[in-house]
Design a binder for this molecule. Structure first.
Ligand SMILES: [Fe+2]
Ligand SMILES: [Fe+2]
Length: 199
């Protein structure tokens, strides 16, 4: 019998905290982190539209993804403004080995693929939220600190949105798969080098 999501199930609980070397490295190479952050927001907006394109039949999904794409585009515009003020240009996206590593564990059959896409999005949002909150707590500039605290709250809302979506469509199949993907994410982080990037 399926039980309603408990308190434990209304948010993603990551298996490991960020490597303590990440924050000092990010602060020392903040320009690179800001450029990478802009690319992350762009990919978050694009992923929302891609999910809308792939799953228009899921009740509520198109409206949620349209709003999400707008919100992530808003984040992108604000990070681009920061880049401009600092005399930085966006440049080409060199790719994100973290997001790529998670895409690699998405299964192929349609129903499984849909669940995995929702859960991978939830996990990426949860990790982004953790890292943006770390920046918010450590940046020297109070305006930047406020900006990152606001974005961390927003990404926290997004991880919950994706988790709700997964649970609503896939029911009890959601939770064991979430555990597997959280384990895969923790292993991926252990494999990847610490980078001057959001992930
Ligand atoms: Fe965002
Ligand atoms: Fe987000």
């Amino acid at each position: 019998m399926s039980s309603p999501p408990s308190e434990l199930h209304n948010r993603v609980t990551l298996r490991c905290g960020t490597d303590p070397r990440w924050l000092p490295n990010a602060l020392a190479h903040l320009d690179a982190v800001l450029v990478d952050h802009a690319h992350c927001e762009k990919k978050a907006a694009a992923n929302a539209l891609s999910l809308l394109q792939a799953y228009p039949e899921v009740p509520g999904l198109p409206a949620h993804m349209a709003r999400l794409a707008r919100e992530e585009s808003g984040h992108l515009a604000r990070v681009l403004q920061l880049l401009e003020r600092r005399g930085l240009t966006l440049g080409r996206d060199p790719g994100d080995p973290y997001a790529q590593g998670l895409q690699d564990v998405v299964r192929t059959p349609a129903a499984q693929r849909q669940l995995d896409r929702f859960l991978v999005a939830a996990i990426i949002e949860a990790r982004s939220c953790e890292r943006l909150a770390l920046l918010a707590g450590a940046l020297p500039d109070p305006d930047l600190r406020r900006f990152y605290a606001e974005l961390a709250r927003s990404e926290d809302g997004h991880q919950k949105l994706f988790l709700r979506l997964a649970a609503r469509v896939h029911g009890e199949a959601t939770w064991p798969r979430l555990e597997q993907l959280l384990e895969a994410e923790a292993q991926l982080l252990r494999r990847l080098p610490v980078r001057a990037a959001i992930h």
